[in-house]
Design a protein around this ligand. Structure first.
Ligand code: SAH
Length: 330
């Protein structure tokens, strides 16, 4: 199917968009069935050495900082395992406090205690050698959104000390080392255009990441972009459908940012081809501190305690939530 992306992203014809969503569901169901996979997100640190212009926990943000210890992380996994999670995603700012030795130790211990689980890391850019050690320690997957496939646009979202080429190099290194790799971008980030979005789609079509995380940009207080408008839920959902059709095997989360902006955001995403949800498994008292954007959901159906609620919501729209690692299907 050759997609007219310009038309699909801009049309106001409800019939055309409904057809797009139906095709995305059909393509997903063929590969994964009507199943939505759950990942437990553990936000292990909000310390960050980077100063991304959009991010609420950037270096210059005046927020209370925290780090989780290995024991705290393992306790989150224990609770998650009880709730039926079989993938743990460790995410954080770029925090040198977690040396390779420490992170490898944490990954090894999670894999030792929960051998039926996948470990996903999302700790930002690191060197190839560090990625190699983490892979050897047992990490299965790595999420590193490319943020934008247009290097000039990248330069307007990040300070000069950060580099588009290095981010892309990291994605390639992760791929070479055998990780299941997640890329992705924000929808409606400042200075994004139809042209930059088309580059994102081209990148996804050629690199074919195993996971693609996209969600609306949401302004974060205290950042240079705090007064910029949020991205559109509607556009995000159309992009999810297009990505599903371009890359039928991709694991595609209905992100928290989408759930934050619309009460039915996750259901709408699943109805447009998404097949992953990532409830928060972080300790209750640190959740509010991982404020990458304003009003981020971490309670209600975003809380892992509400795994049952997520299951019920997915069941209500005709989907199963298996207790399963939910690996990429080749
Ligand atoms: N330090 C890690 C994790 C970053 S947080 C890394 O660099 O990969 C995960 C994602 O949240 C980011 O990749 C970014 O796309 C998204 N994000 C950050 N700030 C955001 C905002 N204001 N609105 C929406 N999404 C945001």
């Amino acid at each position: 199917m050759k997609l007219d992306v310009d038309y699909l992203l801009t049309t106001s014809d409800p019939v055309a968009t409904e057809e797009l969503f139906a095709e995305a569901r059909r393509v997903r169901d063929e590969v994964y069935g009507r199943r939505v996979f759950m990942r437990g997100l553990i936000e292990i640190t909000n310390h960050c050495k980077n100063n991304c212009l959009y991010c609420g926990i950037r270096r210059d943000a005046r927020v209370q900082r925290y780090r989780l210890t290995q024991e705290q992380i393992l306790a989150c996994c224990q609770e998650g395992h009880r709730l039926g999670f079989r993938t743990f995603v460790l995410q954080g700012g770029e925090d040198g406090w977690y040396t390779d030795d420490m992170l490898c130790g944490i990954v090894e211990e999670i894999k030792r205690r929960f051998p039926d689980c996948a470990v996903t890391l999302s700790m930002g850019e690191r060197g190839r050698d560090s990625f190699r050690r983490l892979r050897e320690a047992g990490a299965d997957r790595y999420l590193l959104r490319h943020e934008t496939a247009d290097s000039e646009h990248y330069g307007r979202l990040h300070p000069a000390e950060m580099s588009f080429d290095h981010r892309m190099q990291c994605l390639q290194d992760l791929r070479d080392l055998g990780f299941q790799v997640g890329a992705g971008f924000m929808v409606g980030s400042p200075h994004q255009t139809l042209e930059t979005l088309k580059k994102d789609l081209q990148f996804i079509e050629t690199f074919r990441p195993e996971m693609v995380g996209i969600g609306p940009f949401i302004p974060a207080a205290g950042t240079p972009f705090e007064h910029m408008p949020a991205g559109s839920v509607e556009l995000t959902i159309r992009l999810l459908a297009i990505i599903r059709i371009l890359h039928p095997h991709v694991l595609l989360p209905a992100t928290s940012a989408l759930g934050t902006m619309h009460p039915q955001g996750r259901e709408r995403a699943v109805n447009a081809g998404a097949n992953v949800v990532m409830p928060n498994l972080s300790p209750q008292d640190t959740r509010a501190l991982y404020a990458i954007y304003n009003n981020k959901l971490s309670t209600g159906s975003e809380a892992a305690e509400s795994a049952a609620d997520i299951r019920a919501r997915m069941k209500a729209i005709g989907y199963d939530v298996p207790t399963d690692r939910g690996d990429f299907v080749k």
